[in-house]
Ligand binder design. Structure first.
Ligand SMILES: Nc1ncnc2c1ncn2[C@@H]1O[C@H](COP(=O)(O)OP(=O)(O)OP(=O)(O)O)[C@@H](O)[C@H]1O
Ligand SMILES: [Mg+2]
Length: 290
């Protein structure tokens, strides 16, 4: 098989699959294959056998019912949702359709009323509380619309906080937090408290906090919901970068421009998945930054 005959959806997929199958390929060749699908052939069956992309998230008939006095609110009504490693998914749908409820279940912040959730091969309902805490702390990074930062702590202390629970020494915590803050462009704002930062800077602190434990899944619930367009683009560049490094990104958004960064758009309505489509990212900064 000629090397140039391999086609990938994008550079990060190419890198990851090639690593899995132990094949060395020039990045230019992968990029060429991404950009010229008409001239590239598919992977041979032999290679495909070795390149099974693993499912990192899988839900089976997930439901969530809230009790409000005598009223039952069926927020999720049987969600079957599968995400493979290094996918970039936008979750959309009308207000009240169940997006945040689903994200909270995926992030192990809440438990379903019925159905199963398998995370990285493990059934979440079978995990002990301490295993669950470990998973939450190490595998998943959560970014919220309202940042959820501790007001009395500095940017550095906010970012270092998850490492306290991981039992890491103070010196090491501060060193790692400083590195991640520098990576998100806040090296000169580490001592600022949240109210001494702009909205975009606060969200970057929240992204840095989500990244501090090197999680492989980033869940972001309307991360740009409170930001202006320019700042939203900066935050989306961070998510692009996280995705390009091989991580899985799921983000909730109401904005089609933000969903344009993703490779797959899942739409919810009335607590179920209404549509699930793959797309070429239209707003991705992947190639311009290479
Ligand atoms: N803690 C709760 N107690 C009771 N009902 C809830 C609770 N959380 C959510 N709901 C209800 O569940 C349904 C789904 O809510 P959810 O927050 O998942 O919607 P959403 O798709 O994220 O909406 P939005 O786009 O407005 O954020 C809504 O009808 C909501 O009122
Ligand atoms: Mg919501």
């Amino acid at each position: 098989m000629r090397r140039s005959s391999i086609q990938f959806a994008d550079l990060s997929t190419g890198r990851r699959v090639l690593k899995q199958i132990g094949l060395c390929l020039d990045e230019q060749e992968i990029l060429c294959s991404c950009r010229c699908p008409s001239t590239a052939l598919r992977l041979s069956p032999k290679l495909l056998n070795h390149s099974t992309v693993s499912e990192i998230i899988s839900t089976d008939q997930l439901t969530k019912t809230y009790e409000m006095g005598a009223e039952l609110i069926h927020a999720l009504q049987g969600v079957n949702f599968t995400v493979s490693e290094n996918e970039y998914v936008a979750l959309m749908g009308p207000s009240g359709s169940g997006k945040s409820t689903l994200m909270n279940l995926l992030g192990c912040l809440d438990t379903p009323t019925s159905g199963n959730y398998t995370l990285a091969g493990d059934r979440v309902d079978k995990m002990s509380d301490s295993d669950l805490a470990k998973v939450r702390n190490s595998k998943i990074g959560f970014v919220f619309q309202t940042f959820n930062l501790m007001p009395r702590l500095s940017a550095l202390e906010n970012v270092a906080l998850p490492l306290v629970y991981a039992g890491i020494s103070r010196g090491e915590r501060n060193k790692r937090a400083a590195e991640v803050l520098t990576n998100v462009g806040l090296g000169d704002r580490m001592d600022h408290k949240p109210n001494e930062l702009s909205g975009g800077q606060r969200q970057r602190v929240a992204v840095a906090r989500a990244l501090i434990n090197n999680p492989n899944i980033i869940l972001a619930d309307e991360p740009t919901g409170n930001l202006d367009t320019k700042t939203s683009i900066e935050i989306m560049a961070l998510f692009d970068d996280i995705h390009r490094k091989g991580n899985t990104v799921i983000l909730v958004t109401h904005e089609p421009e933000i969903a344009g960064y993703a490779h797959r758009v899942v739409r919810m309505r009335d607590g179920v998945i209404e549509s699930d489509l793959r797309q070429e990212p239209t707003a991705s900064l992947v190639y311009s930054q290479e």
